[in-house]
Design a binder for this molecule. Sequence first.
Ligand SMILES: [Cu+2]
Length: 198
Amino acid sequence: MRQRLLIAPALAGAVACAGCGDGPLGQEGGVQLAPAQAGVPAPSGERSLHKATLLPLGDSRGAGTAEMEVTGGYLRVRIHATGIVPSENIPQHIHLNPGCDPGGPVLVNLDARLSVPGEAPGVGAGYPVANRAGELHYEASRPLDDLRSALNTWGGAGLDDTAELLAFLDLEDRSVHMHVAFGPPYPAVTCGGIDRIH
Ligand SMILES: [Cu+2]
């Protein structure tokens, strides 16, 4: 049994996120994650497609879909949603928990570059803005090697290769949240558990 991995401790100035469960938004602390399973061979040319149906929470009318695709050495995330407050940067993340209540701490920021907690804030100008009709269309991608490096640097994840990265991300056991632009506590306005499509 290998030692459990530890996400970097919270930094001063991190903001709270009531809709996210425990931990502040963006720079969570003290998250214990199971390590990648030893003995699992690295698949060649890893490909997968995961999807979450985003449903409204609370008084929100927000709804949509999020797709997480691993292909060609990249993680690519697309979100299409409606009923989103226009003209504000909408914080959105992949959260650790499979369900929405609570979502748990942030695993990946769904900002312009798919940053990780500690690397970039969980709210602010890096996040997408809905148009005047309340439609939000978002796409971002990041090389898997770059994402792995960031998780090692900012989360102390100790991931040696892509197979360990994908086991660490464990996308089918996570959820996607979008939040109100202003906070704290940045309650979630939409959420969906992630399923693997193929
Ligand atoms: Cu979130």
